[in-house]
Design a protein around this ligand. Structure first.
Ligand SMILES: [Zn+2]
Length: 247
């Protein structure tokens, strides 16, 4: 508000200091009345709409948003599930959420939501913008989605690791064998949080709750292995119900 009044005062001083006939040097369009309303909006700055949308998420946006997201041009039609971890960097501490966040920041990629091992959901990019998680790929041989799925899919990353095969993109078999079994796969808390989150997204956007519309990254991009063969699609799909969730 302080800034607003500074602009307001500056505008008034400018208007009254022009002397002569009292008109500004550059006349406003003649079809507009010369009132305060025609002057003030010029100085108002629009705040981008930044809200997590899902009420159950903590909001920790990657900023500035336009470095990590695009303006939304299309309505969301899909939910895309991923897994992520910091295991390639710090195998002894793969689920350090600050480190995972910094990996996104450094690689200039993003996701709408990330679900940690305890089921806490954090929003990196609001659904009103397009997060960068899908990369290149194809779906249903539809040219609309070819290499453009980010515009259509709400992205959800789960802090998890898949099977040895799934993780072969990041770890040697020997490295994989050293990971404690408790850190492999998905936790009950994650399935529960994911069920609430996906139900809410589908409800709000009218996305059908089936495997045509709730898809894995690996199904879109052949270069990817997530969420992998340990993720139970049956468990997720059977737990969904179309409703608004969160706090
Ligand atoms: Zn992925």
């Amino acid at each position: 508000m302080k800034r607003f009044f500074t602009f307001f005062a500056a505008a008034m001083i400018l208007l009254f200091s022009l002397g002569g006939d009292g008109l500004p040097a550059v006349a406003p369009p003649t079809d507009l009345p010369k009132t305060e309303e025609t002057v003030l909006p010029v100085f108002q700055e629009e705040e981008p709409e930044i809200a997590p949308v899902y009420a159950g998420a903590e909001y920790d946006p990657l900023l500035p948003l336009l470095k990590y997201a695009d303006p939304r041009e299309e309505e969301p039609k899909f939910v895309m599930i991923h897994f992520t971890s910091a295991v390639a960097l710090t195998p002894e501490d793969p689920y350090n959420m600050e480190r995972i966040r910094s990996i996104f920041v450094e690689n200039e990629v993003s996701t709408h939501y990330i679900v940690d091992r305890e089921g806490t959901v954090t929003c990196y990019i609001p659904e009103t913008m397009v997060a960068w998680h899908a990369g290149k790929g194809t779906w249903q041989e539809n040219p609309l989605y070819e290499n453009r799925m980010n515009q259509y899919a709400i992205g959800i990353e789960i802090a998890a690791m898949g099977s040895k095969e799934d993780m072969s993109l990041y770890l040697t078999p020997q490295e994989y064998d050293e990971i404690p079994p408790s850190q492999i796969g998905f936790t009950d808390a994650q399935y529960s949080a994911l069920s609430q989150l996906v139900s809410d997204i589908c409800y709000r956007h009218g996305i059908p709750m089936d495997r045509e519309h709730i898809i894995g990254h690996e199904e879109y991009s052949l270069a990817k292995n997530d969420p992998g063969e340990l993720f139970s699609w049956d468990r997720l799909l059977s737990s969904l119900s179309p409703q608004k969730n969160g706090n």
